[in-house]
Design a protein around this ligand. Structure first.
Ligand SMILES: *Cc1c(COP(=O)(O)O)cnc(C)c1O
Length: 540
């Protein structure tokens, strides 16, 4: 229909026009019109749709997107593209901004994030090097120092010395938590398998030569079994082997079992001189249960045994900005490296992972120089970083910190934790439910455990318990699925694996949307009760 219009022909003149800044009043108006279309269009869409997603099967959807050819000539005008995205794509995407979407670590974002992301895109700076970013790289160093200071609290002289010192690296912006964890273990690996006489380091000579010259056969990373799988990916990429990311059991509070950890460390140190412990990882907010490992004790073990201590605070990191709950992360200041995701509890748009290092020189172990791009001694941020070209996400985070202040972020954190605690007590009040893991931060798990089955459970022996547990799992899987398919609310589902217990299927709730309040949560429980009653009690 729009085909054939002359501005839709891919000719040289129309192509040049899209790179030229608007000079006439009419083209300025067009720019504003498109932005309005995006902002208001999405706003109206979100206002009208409190539900999670429109009912349509993935199969149905995938059959509509099977064209693998690029159209030769332009097909649509910008205006039509935007309308299409809002009218046809958005309704079938997931409304993560809904207060009823409490299943994952992705949520509503403050409206100004869209504006900040737009400025970043418009400036199109590339912090890989100074020549493509200038003040933006300098600003990034300041943002890194601000978060570093929240974590490590090293005082004015330290930050004065390092904030703009080209020789120091306080941290990196990367794409996500996965790359942040990979960066941390990359550094830990290179420090552990460092150069020595006759060996120029693992980065240069590879893992086989490193093991040979260090007289070992493998290196391992110890972490609780609730670790995020990005650590196993890092094990694979770094040549350590993902089987050598060793899971340590957790205690009844889902924190790494300290006695078990000490036993493992001692066994390796005393009886296994062919194995080196490359790092120990503490989790500040596990992905499944939101629990925080005993960081001070883990730090102690690391310092006694001279092991790199990494804290994966991808989720929990911003808790540091809450005066009320900061203490829950005590011990994080003793870490050697820390991961924090900006696109989680800093409420940034996707694509903001961060990794921080206590020692501002430790990243020299991963420094790279290319003649044409990163000259030694320059402040080019690409020298000590896993990623090359990237968006200047620090502009968004730095601006958001200016707008929100630590206090603003603190309020969001407090709301999440307080609401999660409130939700936990509501769950405990209802006979149909069992609270499985209480919230330490703002994540909790629970399941349907009907009173009659609870009674049967009390009297059951091991075999009977196993059967009952299977039945409970089936119930919870079905209720979660039906709620998701109904499309009004979304709570995720996971399987908690414990050594001495049956695998438990549980609902997992992540409370981070400030619009999610106790009433929202009661409605979600009401709906689950109703689904259970309709599908399990009626067909008896
Ligand atoms: C989310 C998360 C990650 C991974 O982060 P991505 O940004 O999804 O790559 C790692 N560790 C923990 C504890 C997380 O919660």
């Amino acid at each position: 229909m729009t085909n054939g219009k002359k501005d839709l022909v891919a000719n040289w003149q129309t192509l040049q026009r899209i790179f030229i800044r608007p000079e006439s009043e009419a083209s300025r108006t067009a720019l504003v019109k498109y932005m309005q279309q995006i902002l208001f269009g999405l706003h109206d869409f979100l206002k009208e749709n409190v539900g999670i997603t429109r009912e349509a099967s993935l199969l149905e959807l995938s059959q509509q997107f099977t064209d693998s050819r690029i159209n030769k000539n332009p097909k649509k005008k910008l205006e039509d593209v935007i309308r299409g995205l809002i009218e046809d794509i958005a309704p079938h995407a997931v409304n993560v901004a809904s207060p009823y979407f409490i299943g994952h670590m992705t949520s509503a974002i403050p409206f100004f994030m869209v504006h900040l992301a737009t400025i970043t895109a418009a400036l199109n700076q590339n912090p890989v090097k100074l020549e493509t970013s200038k003040v933006v790289s300098i600003l990034e160093r300041q943002v890194l120092a601000k978060i570093h200071r929240q974590i490590f609290v090293l005082g004015d002289p330290f930050y004065k010395e390092h904030v703009q010192n080209p020789q120091s690296t306080l941290g990196n912006f990367v794409e996500d938590g996965t790359l942040a964890n990979l960066t941390a273990l990359w550094v830990a690996r290179n420090v552990c398998l460092n150069p020595k006489k006759g060996f120029s380091g693992v980065e240069k000579e590879g893992i086989a030569a490193a093991y040979r010259s260090h007289g070992i056969e493998r290196s391992v990373v110890l972490v609780s079994r609730l670790a995020h799988y990005s650590l196993r990916k890092a094990g694979g990429v770094l040549g350590i082997g993902n089987e050598n990311i060793l899971p340590v059991d957790v205690d009844e509070n889902n924190r790494i079992d300290l006695a078990g950890l000490v036993r493992t460390v001692d066994r390796i140190r005393e009886n296994d001189n062919k194995t080196k412990i490359l790092a120990l990882v503490g989790i500040a907010g596990t992905t499944e249960t939101g629990t925080v490992d005993p960081l001070p004790e883990m730090a102690q073990i690391c310092s006694e045994n001279r092991i790199h201590f990494h804290v994966d605070a991808a989720w929990g990191g911003p808790t540091l900005l809450s005066g009320k709950y900061r203490h829950l992360l005590a011990g994080i200041e003793q870490a050697d490296s820390v991961t924090i995701d900006g696109h989680k509890q800093f409420y940034l748009p996707m694509g903001c992972g961060m990794v921080y290092f206590k020692d501002p020189y430790i990243m020299n172990s991963v420094a790279y120089h290319a003649e044409y791009i990163n000259r030694p001694g320059s402040v080019d941020l690409g020298i000590r970083s896993l990623v090359g070209s990237r968006a200047a996400t620090s502009l968004v985070l730095g601006s958001a910190l200016d707008i929100m202040g630590a206090g603003g972020y603190g309020l969001l954190i407090d709301h999440g934790i307080d609401t999660a605690r409130d939700f936990a007590s509501e769950i405990q009040k209802r006979p149909l439910f069992e609270l499985v893991t209480a919230p330490q931060l703002n994540i909790l798990t629970y399941r349907i455990f009907p009173p009659e089955l609870q009674k049967a459970w009390q009297a059951a022996g091991p075999e009977k318990k196993k059967a009952l547990n299977n039945r409970l799992n089936r119930i919870n899987i079905r209720v979660q699925r039906q709620q998701r398919e109904a499309g009004k609310s979304f709570v995720s589902r996971t399987t908690l694996k414990r050594t001495r217990e049956e695998d438990k299927v549980v609902f997992r709730a992540v409370i981070m949307n400030p619009m999610t309040d106790p009433d929202t949560l009661r409605e979600i429980l009401d709906e689950q009760e109703k689904i259970y009653q309709d599908s399990f009690l009626s067909d008896k």
